[in-house]
Design a protein around this ligand. Structure first.
Ligand SMILES: [Zn+2]
Ligand SMILES: [Zn+2]
Length: 353
């Protein structure tokens, strides 16, 4: 193995280039993973386009990408949980393990998390990546690398179910059908939910939601959501709303369409920091409202569910590109939201299909 590899480096907004960089050397508690496939996430596109998300800013060249699976090709001397040759999914946020949050099982809130593709931390739009081995999860033979890479966005949906205390008795509404919304539908199925409703304004996405097992879907800009929900549920209403669109109107509307005693999980990040909501209704309906940050302890459960279940998450992959075509891939994700959902990158060309 030579000591250089191809990686997609973002120099500044809109300026991305595949170039040779050094292959990372795994530390004693890390494994080197040969990346089979890695998704393009909304956050990657945002850094590419704007150079920052909130307080995180691209100040130096950075490698993006954090939704990946691959093969272990080298391990540090302390690593015991994975071996060379094993297929693994990578959980891309490495936490300290020592703080109050890590110790209480909410490591997604760890203040010292080192999260891939969040400046200044490099991601893995590259042939290889070194990862602390406790964030690697072996893939059963029945699971594809693509499914392994999709565990990351699926995890957001899984965590939303956990935050919303979803049980099989619940009726769930998912607003927004980007990758996170579509995978939240699959997460709801994993949680045993039978009645899953959804909204989106894009016909292509509505169609995919139907193919992915949603009970019913509407365009909330054309139909009255509250009336439809009453009709669909025989007046019973929705128990849990998973808001993934970040759309200002959709966010405000959740309060109006939730049933009394209902739960709302806010997943999508709105561009406006403040959105007026009907607080009197929230109080009067005794709603439970939850925020959500990434995910925690989701990979083992998701792998269990996917290795045996009838859940199809690969349907969200609409396009595949080799790493050398990264610019084209990111531009497609940026400009063609009506026809693309999840775009997968294949950094090792001999593995690309
Ligand atoms: Zn992501
Ligand atoms: Zn911590």
């Amino acid at each position: 193995m030579s000591n250089v590899m191809n990686a997609a480096v973002l120099h500044k907004p809109m300026d991305i280039e595949v170039k040779k960089v050094e292959i990372p050397t795994p530390k004693s508690d890390e494994a080197l993973v040969k990346v089979y496939c890695i998704g393009v996430c909304g956050s990657d596109v945002h850094y590419y386009e704007h150079g920052k998300i909130g307080r995180y800013e691209v100040k130096a060249p950075i490698i993006l990408g954090h939704e990946l699976a691959g093969e272990v090709v080298q391990v540090g001397e302390e690593v015991t949980n994975v071996k060379v040759g094993e297929r693994v999914a990578v959980e891309p946020g490495v936490t300290c393990g020592r703080c109050e949050y890590c110790k209480s099982g909410r490591y997604n809130l760890c203040p010292d998390v080192v999260f891939m593709a969040t400046p200044p931390v490099d991601g893995a739009w590259s042939e290889y990546v070194a990862v602390r081995s406790d964030f690697l999860f072996k893939l059963p033979g029945t699971m594809s690398y693509e499914e392994g890479a999709l565990l990351e966005p699926l995890s957001v949906g899984m965590h939303a179910m956990s935050r919303g205390k979803v049980t099989p008795a619940d009726k769930v509404l998912v607003t927004g059908l980007g990758p996170i919304g579509l995978l939240a539908i699959q997460a709801a199925k994993i949680y045993g939910v039978n009645e899953i409703y959804a909204t989106d304004v894009v016909p292509f996405r509505q169609q995919l939601a139907k193919e992915m097992g949603v009970t019913a879907v509407i365009d909330p800009s054309k139909e009255n959501l509250k009336e439809k929900l009453d009709e669909w549920t025989g007046g019973k209403g929705i128990d849990v709303i998973i808001e993934t669109s970040g759309n200002q109107r959709a966010v405000a509307e959740t309060i109006k369409v939730a049933k009394r005693g209902g739960r709302i999980v806010f997943v999508g990040m709105p561009t406006a920091t403040e959105i007026p909501i009907d607080i009197t209704q929230l109080v009067d309906s005794e709603l439970d409202v939850y925020g959500l940050f990434r995910y925690v302890n989701t990979y083992p459960a998701a792998i269990q569910a996917l290795s045996s279940g009838n859940v199809n998450i690969e349907k969200v992959i609409t396009h595949k590109f080799a790493l050398k075509d990264i610019k084209e891939a990111v531009e497609m994700a940026r400009q063609q939201k009506d026809v693309s959902i999840k775009i997968m990158i294949y950094p090792n060309e001999e593995l690309a299909n």
